[in-house]
Write a protein that binds this ligand. Structure first.
Ligand code: FES
Ligand SMILES: [Fe+2]
Length: 408
């Protein structure tokens, strides 16, 4: 029996109120300009996984579409992970054009200046013809970087206000110990969607829409007679971040092929409705209510990373604003390496089921954005289990107000 019905989450946070939320900040460009400086230039932003830079010389390039920035992340000879702006200090070309690889030096494809793994300028063709060339001042510009549980984060401030550990706070501690390193098989999707970045993040932090919007896809996996309205098991607000716990429908009867897929990839199918079948030992604060119908927690790391942690798989969305009214969206999922062809088939089924549900979400967001811009909706009315959305509104405003106080 699931305990999704009794709790009143919002009343535990009287400071957030229960009234309507004005919609201005979800479409206005002038507010968006503030968000760029106050939030995206100051928060720790997820950039990749340590497996992408497993050995010295391994590198990958992470695009930050919001700032049109290209960040080069590598492991140096001493084993440290470093991040640089991927910008040659001669005339500004990208030093590395490949999205990933392995090398000893990065050589700019324009005139051949080269940089070692520590970002130092080591090679300049025909260097005698330059005047006062001071190599020591021409290293690749370094970007702050740190790692939590194998997730590499960057920060675009020269000296970040908070360490990554302080920034992640309780939510980081709550998820520590999850077997993220087992997710070696990676799948991904990306696209551009005409929506405000907060609307997209928010659409993944409530399940009130699941029985209606997803009626043709995953409704029955999540919403049974026990929980017909997609209520949540838990909502946890902590610091800049928030986490919700989502229940499945234990009475879900899969279709025949689906049933086979679930049987051969236990734990991978977050759409099986069948609770956690992975057998993995999970940290205490994941599924905090210990409900047997629990399927996954959705942890939002402010501002733009959503990390879904299920028993046997985890996946994430990262939402990069391009303006107040559109985003670049990336989804990446992590599964253990399949041991058999049958397991691989089961995993593929899970991936496709997730993809189809996400497309239903994104479609809706574009319609909402038009209504916001036309101002035919001026307030959002939040359900008790849409508390994480209300909290995001308050968190965004708090960051912007703090920034404005510091920069008169
Ligand atoms: S711009 Fe890189 S070598 Fe000239
Ligand atoms: Fe959805």
């Amino acid at each position: 029996m699931s305990n999704t019905t009794e709790t009143r989450f919002t009343l535990k946070h009287p400071e957030l109120g229960t009234g309507p939320i004005p919609t201005d900040i979800y479409w206005k460009e002038d507010f968006y300009e503030k968000e760029l400086e106050a939030i995206f230039r100051r928060a720790w932003l997820w950039a990749g996984r340590v497996e992408q830079v497993a050995k010295p010389g391994a590198f990958f390039v992470k695009s930050i579409p919001t700032f049109d920035a290209s960040i080069l992340i590598t492991r140096t000879s001493s084993g440290a992970i470093k991040a640089y702006h991927n910008t040659c200090q001669h005339r500004g070309n990208h030093v590395e054009l490949s999205s990933e690889g392995n090398c000893r030096v990065f050589t700019c494809p324009f005139h051949g200046w080269s940089y070692n793994l520590d970002g130092e300028l080591t090679g300049v063709p025909d260097s005698d013809a330059f005047y006062d060339l001071d190599r020591s001042s021409l290293s690749l510009p370094e970007v702050s970087v740190d790692v939590w549980e194998g997730f590499i984060f960057i920060n675009l401030q020269e000296s970040p206000n908070e360490t990554l550990e302080e920034f992640l706070g309780k939510q980081g501690r709550n998820l520590s110990g999850y077997p993220f390193e087992k997710g070696k098989a990676v799948f991904s999707y990306e696209g551009q969607i005409d929506t405000n970045w907060k609307c997209m993040v928010d659409s993944f932090t409530e399940a009130y829409h699941v029985p209606v919007l997803h009626k043709r896809s995953v409704k029955d996996s999540f919403c049974g007679p026990n929980n017909p309205h997609g209520r949540l098991l838990d909502v946890d607000l902590s610091g800049h971040h928030r986490k919700i716990s989502v229940a499945g429908n234990p009475e879900y009867q899969p279709r025949p092929v689906q049933g086979l897929a679930y049987r051969f990839s236990p734990g991978a199918a977050v759409t099986s409705g069948d609770g956690d079948q992975s057998g993995n030992q999970l940290p205490e604060n994941i599924n905090p209510t210990k409900d047997p119908s629990w399927v996954f927690d959705i942890a939002v790391f402010f501002p733009n990373l959503l990390l879904f942690v299920g028993g046997g798989m985890h996946f994430l969305h990262q939402i990069w604003p391009l303006s107040a009214n559109n985003v670049h969206w990336e989804m990446r999922g992590f599964l253990r390496e399949a041991q058999t062809a049958a397991e691989r088939f089961g995993q593929e089924n899970s991936i496709v089921e997730l993809r189809d549900a996400v497309l239903e979400d994104t479609n809706t967001l574009e319609r909402i954005q038009i209504a916001l811009k036309r101002q035919t909706i001026r307030e959002f009315i939040y359900h008790d289990h849409e508390l994480a959305l209300r909290y995001n509104f308050h968190t965004v405003n708090r960051w912007v107000q703090e920034y404005e106080k510091e920069t008169p």
